[in-house]
Each structure stands twice: as structure tokens, then as C-alpha cells.
Design a binder for this molecule. Structure first.
Ligand SMILES: Nc1ncnc2c1ncn2[C@@H]1O[C@H](COP(=O)(O)OP(=O)(O)O)[C@@H](O)[C@H]1O
Ligand SMILES: [Mg+2]
Length: 266
């Protein structure tokens, strides 16, 4: 596949083994500019493992992860460390929230910004002109992001004092602070009430439309992603069992079968 059709992420035949367990079995997936793509499937299907391979947490056993950053050269990133993947322009959130709980909301976002500033330890000590300017920009940009995710009023609150749904939005703001071209969200609606989930759906669409960031979203609940996804991939037992537009996925017998016995009304 070429960049002609604006592909940002291209994963080919990705496989991940843990000892004897094949958690991801030859899965291929791509995300194009401007898309919201969902990766769904029952618990244990291998969705998070797929993310971990794409974002440098694990080195895949087999297959290729290719990125085509806008206006930069394409790269094969198998085995790159996660901070390098972030710098290339792919940022993520985690199924289990990973915030600095004893730091403020603003500080959590500023940390995300760090990978885009050039200040080193010497610069930080000497606090030259450039350092000060970058610090100011970091603070401004962080406030800006907090406003976008609806947390401006909580900027000085400790992360641990935020309700669950707000913590998830803070994770998104921190990921956005790294200036990604692709944002990977691992079950961002987990633990949210229906109103929070609705707000989150709107936020994700806004990020795509206003910030021009493509989204790859893991979601356990099929119904939830139907509204906002352009395309959906479905995994079960490590394998990709279906892909297509939401309507096709909704009516796909294999998908319905995979979700039988789950509490969701797929
Ligand atoms: N680090 C690991 N070591 C061993 N097995 C793992 C590891 N991570 C995930 N698995 C296993 O891989 C399978 C897929 O897990 P996961 O990717 O978390 O699924 P999902 O996110 O779709 O619920 C599960 O059987 C899980 O127990
Ligand atoms: Mg998972």
C-alpha cells in the first residue's frame, strides 16, 4: 500500500506469541488520514496486545508495522521503543489509566508535551531564553488542550481527585500533547456512565475533525462504536474475523456469533 491514499498506519500480518499462546494471529489493519477506525472483539481477543505491538510495548513475533507520517518518510517501526513511537507521531491511552496521580491535571499534560521540547537538563538549569520560551509555550498549549477536553477548571486539581471519566479525558489530553497524527485509545469509555460515554463520543469526533488527528479505538462494546467509526475490525481468539463499515459488521453472522454469550446485546 502506498501513501497515495493517505494511509498513516499499515500493519501487515502481525503475530504475537506469549510462550505457547498466540495472542495475535496474523492480523492486518490500516488507518488512513481523517478516519476513526475501531478494533472490537470479546475480552481476551488480543486487542490490547495488538496495540502493545504497534506502540512499542512489545516487539511482534512476526509481521510488519509501517508508518507513513504526513510529509515525512515512511518507516518500519517493528521493535522501536515506545517513546520513539510517540515521537514519530503515534500516541496512546491505556485500558488501565496511567496518570501521575499525585501531580496536577496541568502537570500531567505538560509531561506529554515534553517529547516535543528540546530543553535538556543543562538548559533547564541555566534557564536560557529558549528554555523559557518553550516553557511558556508548553503551559499555554497544555491549558489549550485542557479546554478542549473540558478540564480547564480542574487544571490545579490533583489527578487522583478527578472522577473516573475525567481521568480518561485527561489521558487523552496528555496523549494529544505529544502532537500525534494518530491517537490510539484503549477502551476509553470503560467505566463511564452513559452521559460520560456520549460526551466522549463527541470528543473523539471533535479531535478527528478539529485537530485532524486520526483515531484507532479499541472498544469492547460493539454498539458504542457503531455511531462514530468509519470502519471496524473485529478480532476473536487473536484472529481477525471481520472488517468493514459499521452496517456490514452489525449484520455479519461471524461477529454476532462471537458476541453471543457476552452481556452486550450485539
Ligand atoms: N504479557 C502477557 N503475557 C502472557 N499472556 C498475555 C500477555 N498479555 C496478554 N496476554 C494474553 O493474550 C490474550 C489477549 O489479551 P489482550 O490482548 O489483553 O485481549 P483484549 O485486549 O482483546 O481483551 C489473553 O489470553 C491474555 O491473557
Ligand atoms: Mg484489552
Amino acid at each position: 500500500m502506498s501513501e497515495m491514499n493517505n494511509t498513516l498506519l499499515e500493519v501487515n500480518d502481525l503475530t504475537m506469541d506469549f510462550g505457547g499462546l498466540r495472542a495475535v494471529d496474523s492480523v492486518s489493519l490500516n488507518v488512513c488520514a481523517g478516519e476513526i477506525v475501531a478494533l472490537i472483539g470479546p475480552n481476551g481477543a488480543g486487542k490490547t496486545t495488538f496495540f502493545n505491538c504497534v506502540t512499542g510495548i512489545y516487539k511482534p513475533t512476526n509481521g510488519d508495522v509501517l508508518v507513513h507520517p504526513p510529509e515525512k518518510k515512511s518507516q518500519k517501526i517493528n521493535g522501536f521503543k515506545s517513546n520513539r513511537v510517540t515521537t514519530i507521531g503515534m500516541a496512546r491511552t491505556f485500558q488501565n489509566i496511567r496518570l501521575f496521580q499525585n501531580m496536577t491535571v496541568l502537570e500531567n499534560v505538560m509531561i506529554g508535551r515534553h517529547c516535543r521540547t528540546t530543553t535538556n537538563i543543562v538548559g533547564a538549569i541555566l534557564r536560557g531564553k529558549k528554555t523559557k520560551r518553550q516553557e511558556r509555550e508548553t503551559v499555554e498549549r497544555s491549558y489549550d488542550l485542557l479546554e478542549k477536553v473540558g478540564l480547564l477548571d480542574d487544571a490545579d486539581e490533583f489527578a487522583k481527585n478527578l472522577p473516573y471519566g475525567a481521568q480518561r479525558r485527561l489521558e487523552i489530553a496528555r496523549a494529544m500533547a505529544t502532537d500525534p497524527f494518530l491517537l490510539l485509545l484503549d477502551e476509553p469509555a470503560a467505566g463511564m456512565n452513559p452521559q460520560e460515554t456520549k460526551d466522549l463520543d463527541e470528543l473523539i469526533v471533535r479531535i478527528r475533525d478539529m485537530e485532524k488527528i486520526a483515531i484507532l479505538l479499541i472498544e469492547h462494546d460493539m454498539k458504542l462504536v457503531m455511531n462514530i467509526s468509519d470502519r471496524i475490525y473485529v478480532m476473536e481468539y487473536g484472529k481477525e474475523i471481520a472488517q468493514g463499515a459499521p452496517m456490514d459488521i452489525r449484520n455479519n453472522p461471524k461477529v454476532i456469533e462471537a458476541y453471543l454469550g457476552e452481556e452486550t446485546d450485539a
